[in-house]
Design a protein around this ligand. Structure first.
Ligand code: F6P
Length: 323
């Protein structure tokens, strides 16, 4: 392997820049040529590919977003699109890839390896934390910190007005951000897709808290919940608790931005280096992750299987603390 292409794809996450920088630095350390593929697989198809120099990665470690930009490519799902992408890679002499993204992005890398034999190492880049083979994905810790800071602010005004707030957090169909931010912000209840909570149970919980004269009530709702988002849940609860002044806040994309936390910088840096080293050691079609502080390479096919579960104990702790 002499030339490696790096791309970020799917929803961006804080720490992607740090991961790119680490991979490119490691590539230079091992005397490789490093290429930036802009706008993910879309840029690969449109030949938006440039050789990277050390100046390109100066002062990016601490910045949110991804300077390589990101996209969700519909064309890469087609055989013609992937063929075009392959031709472009070959025209640059790129013989391996580092793909930073979530399950869709890593699925693309896996398919591409199967079809064209382009060795790839994936890095888990998503705020959702929904990939197996790593304790945390790059950006998850920052997103949780951002959510907690926002919820702290909501609590100030919720307490001043004796209001009940429903705060919706991201996570697609996973509840990792919700459970983490919920525990970290002393939520009255946390609704996640993985655990059903009947409206009656939630209402009862809120009634008990009212009797106990709790200063404020904030319910965290994961966006992918089966009973609906924060607005729908609030609507249903309102019917049972009409005397409550209820407000809804959807945190949305602010959870995806901002400077990466210390943990995400370390995680991204370790994984960026491991991606290059993995390729040099012949580890193809794998995702590099961190488990118990050790780098682990997991076959991409295994990493994208949707079986990473919210820790039962986190849920138990959240329940105890919100009673
Ligand atoms: O996967 C990251 C994520 O932020 C999810 O939490 C969210 O459901 C989705 O992306 C939003 O995607 P988009 O930015 O395309 O609206």
């Amino acid at each position: 392997i002499k030339k490696i292409g790096v791309l970020t794809s799917g929803g961006d996450s804080p720490g992607m820049n740090a991961a790119i920088r680490a991979a490119v630095r490691a590539g230079f350390y091992y005397n490789l040529e490093m290429y930036g593929i802009y706008r993910g697989y879309e840029g690969m198809i449109q030949n938006d590919i440039k050789k990277l120099h050390s100046g390109d990665i100066a002062h990016v470690l601490e910045r949110g977003g991804t300077f390589l930009k990101s996209a969700r490519s519909a064309d890469f799902r087609t055989t013609e699109g992937r063929q075009k992408a392959y031709n472009n890679l070959k025209s640059h002499g790129i013989d391996a890839l580092i793909v930073i993204g979530g399950d869709g992005s890593l699925t693309g890398a896996h398919l591409f390896y199967k079809e064209f034999g382009i060795p790839a190492v994936g890095l888990p880049g998503t705020i959702d934390n929904d990939l197996s083979g790593t304790d945390a994905t790059i950006g998850f810790d920052t997103a949780c910190n951002t959510a907690i800071q926002a919820i702290d602010k909501i609590r100030d005004t919720a307490t001043s007005h004796d209001r009940l707030f429903f705060v919706e957090v991201m996570g697609r169909d996973a509840g990792f951000i919700a459970i983490n931010a919920g525990i970290g912000s002393a939520a009255a209840a946390i609704l996640i897709p993985e655990k059903k909570m009947a409206i009656e149970e939630l209402v009862e919980k809120l009634r008990i808290r009212t009797k106990a004269k709790k200063a404020s009530n904030i319910v965290i709702v994961a966006e992918g919940g089966k009973s609906g988002g924060a607005a729908e849940i609030a609507e249903k609860v309102k019917k049972h608790l009409p005397y409550y002044d209820i407000k809804v806040t959807i945190l949305g994309h602010l959870q995806r931005g901002g400077a990466p936390s210390s943990y995400d910088r370390l995680l991204a840096s370790k994984l960026g280096v491991s991606a290059v080293e993995g390729l040099l050691q012949g580890k193809y079609d794998v995702m590099a992750g961190l488990i118990n502080h050790k780098v682990v390479y997991t076959p991409i096919k295994r990493a994208i299987v949707d079986d990473k579960e919210v820790d039962e104990d986190d849920f138990r702790v959240a329940k105890i603390l919100s009673t």
